[in-house]
Design a protein around this ligand. Structure first.
Ligand SMILES: [Fe+2]
Ligand SMILES: [Fe+2]
Length: 461
């Protein structure tokens, strides 16, 4: 099949789908005028799968695109089909080898019955699965693979780098510093592209994997502060790598000591206190590690008032960015549930940190962290004056001075079918006051669990 033949075959297929869809509005599903075009469509699709496993059709700006090239010569039934895809929010349809008449029928049924506009990709996928559509997939258009998905991958990679580094050290090998450098550059890039997507992940706490996630979270939070400090790229990377590897020295301690819940004996604490120096030594053997990074790891438990450990020699000058790691470390530890502590909300954590500012923590950096996370950091669950419960999905559009919210639970506490983005700037026409305001934060544990990344990508789609 050459390109011309392909295009005309595709037009045929799409026209048939459009005809079936149009007739579906007039006749029952079993009527020949609905059923026959589906069967013909199925027959016309099969030759494609002789030489390929799938056939992707994209809708872009109202134009049907076949493998990156727009298909022109549009007819009205073509348009009907694409208009439906466009209004529902389907960016691309992929027919897979093995597609059945039933798949096509169910897909047309889905297009027919769906009245909502601009549905998030996640929801469409879910509905198609429920409808029993097996070999027709929809996907986000390549160019806008949603940022939360990309951020999740980048986060996952970074966790992998930490896991490997710690394992290497435990096995007496020197970890490859280039991996850490690369992971940090990726996170830094994502942070500048979509700060909300990257920061949201720091609120996803995984109790079992504490050490690994904690390391990545400290790296991301440190990078966010480094960005607010307007540090140069290279310096940001040095801060991010220090965050990622700040506790690498703990690999030299006994595992049950690291995991011990509750208070440590004096001797045990003396052991723990060695980890910054151990980390400093390990980083010294690694390639691709900046000198500044080594100092930040050494000094991440030295406090602003120069208490802490290791105890600085008189006249010791602390690296200016070491406190960035300390602040990020403190915030992530406070907001994480541990066997001996409940997780604080971001607000509670920042309140505690404000009290430590000027003593153990650098007051300017505490303020900077607070400013860079926003009053309600992404992922915070909040109650609105309408008694609905929502989640903060973004803080970047600060012009309005209010975060973006998606409502998850109605006023009676029932979960909504999908998150509903609401604009806090919308005013009540009668009173002129905002329709919705945030009353305060909500303990996420009091609500049925929600998948944070799922919600965020749906709400932002
Ligand atoms: Fe530490
Ligand atoms: Fe830590």
């Amino acid at each position: 099949m050459d390109r011309k033949q392909m295009e005309s075959a595709i037009s045929g297929i799409v026209r048939l789908l459009g005809t079936s869809l149009k007739n579906r509005g007039l006749y029952p599903p079993s009527h020949p005028l609905v059923r026959t075009p589906v069967e013909k469509c199925h027959a016309e699709l099969s030759p494609f799968f002789a030489e390929r496993a799938e056939l992707a059709l994209t809708v872009s700006d109202g134009t049907l695109v076949l493998e990156g090239v727009p298909v022109f010569h549009l007819t009205s039934s073509l348009e009907l089909f694409m208009a439906r895809l466009g209004s529902i929010g389907v960016p691309a349809v992929i027919f897979e080898r093995g597609v059945t008449i039933r798949d096509i029928e169910n897909f047309v049924h889905f297009l027919h019955e769906t009245k909502e506009q601009g549905l998030p990709v996640g929801i469409i996928k879910e509905r198609l699965a429920h409808r029993g559509v097996l070999h027709i997939r929809i996907t986000a258009a390549e160019e806008d693979e949603d940022d939360f998905t990309v951020a999740r991958e980048i986060y996952g990679n970074a966790v992998g780098v930490v896991v490997k580094a710690l394992k290497d050290v435990r096995n007496g090998r020197t970890p490859n510093g280039a991996d850490s450098d690369h992971a940090v550059r990726e996170m830094n890039g994502m942070l500048s592209r979509n700060r909300d997507a990257m920061l949201a992940l720091t609120l996803i706490k995984n109790f079992d994997e504490y050490t690994y996630n904690h390391s990545v979270n400290v790296s991301i939070l440190s990078l966010a502060v480094a960005e607010s400090l307007s540090l140069a790229e290279q310096d940001r990377v040095s801060v991010g790598v220090a965050g990622l590897l700040h506790d690498v020295g703990k690999t030299q301690l006994a595992l049950d000591l690291i995991r011990k819940p509750g208070t440590l004996t004096v001797e045990e604490f003396e052991e723990i206190k060695k980890h910054p120096e151990e980390g400093h030594i390990i980083l010294g053997k690694m390639t691709h590690i900046q000198e500044a990074t080594r100092y930040m790891v050494l000094e991440h438990h030295m406090r602003f008032d120069l208490t802490g450990y290791p105890r600085p020699e008189p006249g010791h000058r602390v690296h200016p960015n070491s406190q960035v790691i300390a602040v990020a470390d403190c915030y992530d530890a406070l907001t994480t549930m541990r066997s001996y502590q409940k997780a604080r909300t971001p607000q509670q954590a920042l309140e505690i940190m404000r009290k430590l500012a000027g003593k153990s923590l650098d007051p300017d950096l505490v303020q900077l962290l607070e400013r860079s996370l926003g009053v309600y950091p992404v992922g915070t669950m909040v109650r609105l004056n309408t008694m609905e419960v929502g989640i903060v999905t973004g803080n970047s559009k600060e012009e309005k001075g209010v975060p973006n919210i998606a409502v998850l639970f109605d006023r009676a506490g029932n979960p909504l079918a999908s998150p509903v983005p609401v604009d806090l700037a919308t005013e009540d026409p009668f009173t002129g006051k905002p329709q919705r305001v945030i009353l305060g934060t909500v303990n996420p544990l009091l609500h049925p669990p929600v998948s944070l990344t799922g919600v965020l990508s749906m709400a932002s789609a």
